[in-house]
Design a protein around this ligand. Structure first.
Ligand code: ASP
Length: 325
């Protein structure tokens, strides 16, 4: 037993090994992380911005040490899910019948591997469940009760919903407050990854699944191109395959990250009001293979933060961020 501990200590002294055991990257100096905490109609709780800045400082240190993009996407989103500050994990908002159903996804830009869960009732960290699907099954998405049983069998931690989900307990009605979370990361290997986690749109019909767990709509990552995460009215992001469309504009159209993300946001915004009276406004945070950022939104605000090898953590709400300084 002691031998194993000693061996593990020697390994950790020589080569940093992160949460999921990925080896450290040091192929390049450049790394970048961008996260969002959802769209906003104009008000932001300062504690959300403070939380993001503190969390990004930790991720920035990990990335400088060579942490993988995939591990950092998971770590950033787990922290936001557990914070009780966002519409994901602990503080996920309830559906029209007053109970929480969560959706999440994660994508690995190295090989387009992806995992997702939808309509989960008892999972503590849906982003971890999404990663379990990606790494331990032949499938991309698991949904509902049977999906939940499968990810629980794979090791996803469960909670007692009535005790854990604070907004369900308090029965808070905050129809204007969203707060979906997401992250997109470039690591020092040059690898890209992204993830998204949410309680979904307020007052959704039980069983409704939004864009957050849909690959290409609410999340996308492809090495050499970009990684991104979305927030907003999910039905539009699904119809427009919003983030994959942005990646395709870069891949086939030669557009810059910001041009491509802006085009996806503008196209949805221009498509008018849907049958439910909601429009296609929303936001996307993204990073490209060179470490450029985009944080583009057509809503009044989008809570987001970023950090890189060159940039100390910064969190803001209304900035429409257009490129690396
Ligand atoms: N996109 C999420 C959904 O439609 C909600 C949000 O981002 O606020 O489920």
């Amino acid at each position: 037993m002691l031998k194993y501990i000693a061996a593990a200590l020697m390994l950790s002294a020589a080569t940093p090994v992160f949460a999921q055991g990925s080896p450290a990257c040091d192929a390049q100096e450049t790394f970048a992380i961008i996260v969002h905490g959802g769209t906003s109609s104009g008000e932001v709780r300062q504690e959300r911005l403070d939380f993001i800045e503190t969390m990004l400082a930790e991720r920035r240190a990990d990335l400088a040490d060579g942490a993988s993009a995939l591990d950092m996407v998971e770590a950033a989103i787990v922290a936001m899910e557990d914070s009780g500050l966002f519409n994901a994990g602990k503080a996920a908002i309830t559906n029209a019948q007053g109970f929480v159903e969560t959706d999440a996804s994660i994508m690995d830009g190295r090989d387009l591997d992806a995992g997702a869960v939808a309509s989960q009732l008892r999972i503590r960290n849906p982003i971890r469940a999404a990663r379990l699907v990606m790494e331990n099954t032949r499938h991309v998405m698991m949904v509902g009760d049977r999906g939940e049983a499968a990810v629980t069998a794979l090791g996803a931690e469960t909670v007692v919903p009535e005790e854990y989900f604070t907004r369900a307990i308090e029965k808070v009605k905050e129809p204007k407050e969203h707060g979906t979370v997401g992250a997109a990361v470039l690591d020092r290997c040059g690898d890209l990854a992204a993830g998204t986690s949410t309680g979904g749109y307020d007052s959704k019909i039980p069983g409704r699944v939004g864009d957050s767990p849909i690959i290409g709509a609410g999340v996308y990552a492809a090495n050499g191109i970009m990684a991104g995460s979305a927030t907003g009215h999910g039905e539009y992001f699904i119809r427009h395959t919003a983030i994959r469309s942005a990646a395709a504009r870069m891949e086939y159209g030669g557009q810059s990250l910001t041009e491509a993300v802006r085009a996806s946001i503008d196209t949805m915004d221009a498509s008018g009001t849907g049958r439910d009276g909601r429009d296609g406004r929303g936001g996307i945070v993204a990073v490209d293979a060179d470490g450029n950022f985009a944080a583009v939104h057509s809503t009044v605000g989008m809570i987001h933060g970023m950090a890189s090898d060159e940039m100390a953590p910064t969190a803001d709400m209304t900035n429409d961020y257009r490129g690396k300084p």
